[in-house]
Design a binder for this molecule. Structure first.
Ligand SMILES: CC(C)(COP(=O)(O)OP(=O)(O)OC[C@H]1O[C@@H](n2cnc3c(N)ncnc32)[C@H](O)[C@@H]1OP(=O)(O)O)[C@@H](O)C(=O)NCCC(=O)NCCS
Length: 309
């Protein structure tokens, strides 16, 4: 009989197992560097893990981040995961309860997976959520055909070459909470390529990060654009500026299902529309206050584990 123990903020080695397992079984898009980023840039961060006793062999996890703002603290829960061979044995629920005890009466958000969403609602009070689900769309690189002609009204630059105040201002039109610190760290992550799109007058019309994640996948996280026309230019530039982009397996978006443009965007880059595969992925759930998001501009969430947009 295997015995278990709980470790809070375990060594990086445990995190790297989580990155790989969650990519293999759930297509989650984490990176080895995310753990350090969360620990250093949230006001407080907990990665609660269950390991096989006396080892660093991962069994289950859940993470909790606290970000303080003018509107108080917002907590977010992510990485709730149990190895397939240990599911249903009672490892998950107690660690989830542990982080909920820390959350207390504060507002808390999580991306509720399809199978779990109703339980979070009924058991833990994550009962404020929009009518739509977030969808996951993926396109294999072998099925990509770059659009030959895209709009000439826009051009893109690497994020570090644009006016950073203007970029921060744009981000506040997407996320009403101030997340400058974490997004700046996000742009500086390894294997992350961020470009900003502007119109002829120089006004920012969106930005996107292409992240190289486990299993040779390219995850667009985040990707925001004021229009499909701008999104098309941005995606083309992100791909073309990445050396050897064709050697990766897939390119992926996670977006609010009420916005049809992200799917149209991937279809514009596909040899056939059927090449894009789409599934229901998660729902943005809150305990106290549902924070609004400009869904029409959201082509992909940023950090799917700890950001709600
Ligand atoms: C969700 C998951 C982590 C649960 O872990 P687990 O160790 O199997 O859960 P437990 O054995 O502690 O669960 C005991 C029971 O409590 C339920 N439960 C577990 N965590 C819960 C939670 N946070 N809220 C409400 N119910 C919960 C389980 O569904 C189960 O109920 P059932 O007996 O009716 O099926 C696991 O199934 C998993 O890794 N799933 C894939 C990844 C995923 O979807 N994660 C959720 C992301 S939002």
């Amino acid at each position: 009989m295997v015995e278990f123990e709980t470790l809070i903020n375990p060594p990086q080695e445990v995190w790297e197992q989580i990155v790989q397992f969650t990519a293999d079984t759930e297509t989650w898009n984490l990176h080895p560097a995310d753990y350090k980023l969360w620990k250093e840039n949230y006001n407080q961060f907990w990665l609660v893990t269950v390991v096989e006793k006396g080892t660093l062999n991962f069994a289950a996890s859940v993470s909790l981040a606290r970000s303080d703002g003018d509107d108080g603290s917002l907590y977010s829960i992510g990485m709730f995961y149990c190895l397939e061979k240990y599911r249903g044995q009672g490892l998950g629920k107690p660690i989830f309860q542990k982080v909920m005890d820390i959350v207390g009466d504060n507002n808390c958000t999580l991306p509720g997976a399809v199978k779990m969403s109703a339980k979070y609602d009924k058991v833990f009070g994550f009962d404020k959520y929009p009518g739509h689900w977030h969808l996951f769309s993926s396109l294999k690189i072998q099925d990509v055909m770059l659009p030959e002609k895209v709009s000439e009204k826009y051009s893109t630059k690497v994020w570090s070459d644009v006016d950073y105040d203007a970029l921060t201002y744009y981000d506040r039109t997407i996320c009403i909470r101030d997340r400058k610190k974490i997004m700046t760290a996000w742009f500086k992550l390894p294997d992350t390529y961020t470009r900003v799109i502007s119109d002829k007058s120089g006004a920012i019309a969106g930005y996107g990060s292409l992240r190289l994640v486990a299993n040779n996948r390219m995850s667009l996280a985040p990707f925001y654009a004021d229009s499909l026309e701008a999104a098309e230019v941005l995606l083309k530039d992100l791909l073309e500026n990445l050396p050897n982009w064709t050697k990766f397996a897939t390119v992926e978006l996670i977006y609010p299902g009420c916005n049809k443009d992200p799917l149209r965007l991937l279809e514009k880059f596909a040899k056939t529309k059927e090449a894009v595969s789409t599934s229901k992925f998660c729902r943005s759930q809150f305990t106290k206050i549902l924070i609004p998001t400009p869904d029409k501009k959201v082509y992909s969430l940023s950090d799917y584990a700890h950001q709600y947009v």
